[in-house]
Design a protein around this ligand. Structure first.
Ligand code: ZN
Length: 448
């Protein structure tokens, strides 16, 4: 059974994400213009014209794909109801009740399933190549299309596997060749994750070069990463922060920084910057929970300041002993970054839906989980064009079902919790095209 209506945490979401808020702003701006009788008349005529144009367009619109009877969960638009979704030319053309199937080329009945914006995973390593020992251009990264669509993910952000030196190779070799939308946090280390030597080379952590690369690829690079430096100098962190500030983008802090204290890292970060591996329990970094089981006060301060907490599961980044008390005390992740790579995919992490299902078993509502997999990460990377099903938006859609059964969920320490529901990706749509169909719900039934 699908749940009834649920009130979204709009404060979490941020007003700027809601397209309706944009429309309100535009209409307010229009009404604030000084009005002469002529301009009033002009505005009225223009409004009528636009209205006529839109309605005639809607009538003439052919639908390539119509998803019927699903339960649409679109937090950015505050939609949580049984509605149909019409797609044409790779875009969402309408979300509403009982959309006529008369002009639809293909109809898929998704009754009993959740229809959500395509999921966004902001922590992955997908700069796959042939080098046997590295993440950058190596086999420790994964080929995105092999793993994304089967778990409802349509957008990934690569977390600094490349830097300004090898980003063009990444773009040419993987980004431009994949169906998954691939965005990137650019590593401040010039050669990205090309091994220890490259990651410790401060001379190559050049904010000017990083900023130049960001300017060259504004549609793909969404932030700057600092991560694997193990020394005690703050120059790498400061250079990464400088490149992020100059580009008006978030800094993504992946915490393999044993000489920097967690408190110092959080203090140096600005509102909107993202820390990952938020619930890890490793010797190289202090955890967010103190010895008394409480969220540390400086972590609470950072959350209040507007620092964003990405889950960043990976092989060692997610422990129930940290995540559960954190959730109970109001520290939920802002995004479910999986830290997808060769070592996490077959361990406790598995895929994004498995990570989301852990939170379901920990008591988070389905709706609050879906926000953190769609509109939340879109906000973190400042991409308001993604993570919603507004009319005119790119048709990236995840159709999910909740499977009942007995399931076990394992963290990075090998600890297990049990649950009786699990998310499953039934249908994934990328730019209007079906790219994953688990049970053939869009296929033609075979008859002898
Ligand atoms: Zn990572």
């Amino acid at each position: 059974m699908l749940s009834g209506t649920h009130k979204y945490d709009i404060k979490f979401l941020g007003k700027f994400l809601r397209p309706s808020a944009f429309a309100e702003k535009i209409s307010v701006a229009l009404t604030k213009q000084p009005k002469t009788p002529q301009s009033k008349h002009g505005i009225a005529m223009l409004t009528i014209l636009v209205f006529l144009l839109l309605t005639s367009f809607a009538h003439a619109q052919e639908i390539d794909l119509l998803l019927k009877n699903g339960h649409v969960v679109d937090p950015a638009n505050n939609i949580n109801a049984q509605l149909d979704v019409a797609i044409a030319d790779g875009k969402i053309v309408k979300v509403g009740p009982d959309i006529s199937s008369e002009k639809a080329k293909k109809i898929v009945d998704v009754a009993g399933m959740y229809v959500c914006p395509g999921l966004i995973d902001i922590h992955t390593h997908v700069f796959v190549g042939s080098n046997p020992d590295t993440f950058a251009d190596g086999i420790l990264s994964l080929s995105p299309d092999d793993f994304t669509f089967r778990s409802g993910v349509t957008t990934v952000v690569d977390a600094g596997t490349s830097g300004w030196r090898n980003f063009p190779v990444f773009k040419d070799q993987v980004i431009d060749k994949s169906k998954t939308r691939i965005l990137a946090f650019l590593n401040i280390a010039g050669a990205g994750m090309s091994g220890k030597q490259a990651q410790e080379n401060i001379n190559d952590m050049d904010p000017a070069k990083a900023t130049e690369a960001i300017r060259k690829y504004p549609d793909v690079i969404v932030g700057v990463k600092i991560g694997h430096y193990e020394g005690s100098q703050w120059t790498p962190f400061e250079n990464a922060l400088a490149a992020a500030s100059r580009s008006n983008m978030p800094l993504f802090v992946e915490c393999h920084l044993p000489q920097y204290s967690l408190e110092d890292q959080l203090k140096r970060m600005r509102p909107g910057d993202i820390i990952t591996h938020s619930f890890e329990k490793v010797s190289e970094r202090m955890s967010v929970i103190d010895e008394q089981g409480k969220v540390r006060s400086f972590v609470k301060e950072a959350q209040k300041k507007g620092i964003l907490f990405d889950l960043g599961h990976g092989g060692a980044g997610f422990w129930f002993s940290e995540a559960m008390p954190a959730l109970q005390q109001g520290l939920a992740p802002n995004s479910f970054g999986t830290d997808l790579h060769r070592f996490s995919m077959n361990a406790g992490m598995k895929d994004m839906l498995n990570v989301m299902s852990k939170y379901l078993s920990m008591g988070m509502t389905k709706e609050d989980i879906i926000i953190r997999a769609t509109a939340g990460p879109a906000r973190s990377i400042k991409r308001p064009d993604l993570g919603h099903l507004s009319e005119g938006a790119v048709a990236d859609v995840a159709v999910l079902s909740l499977r009942d059964g007995n399931f076990g969920f394992v963290d990075a320490g090998g600890n297990k919790i049990e649950g009786n529901q699990k998310f499953e990706a039934e249908l994934t749509i990328r730019a209007g095209k079906i790219v994953w169909d688990l049970n053939g719900i869009s296929a033609v039934k075979f008859t002898k």
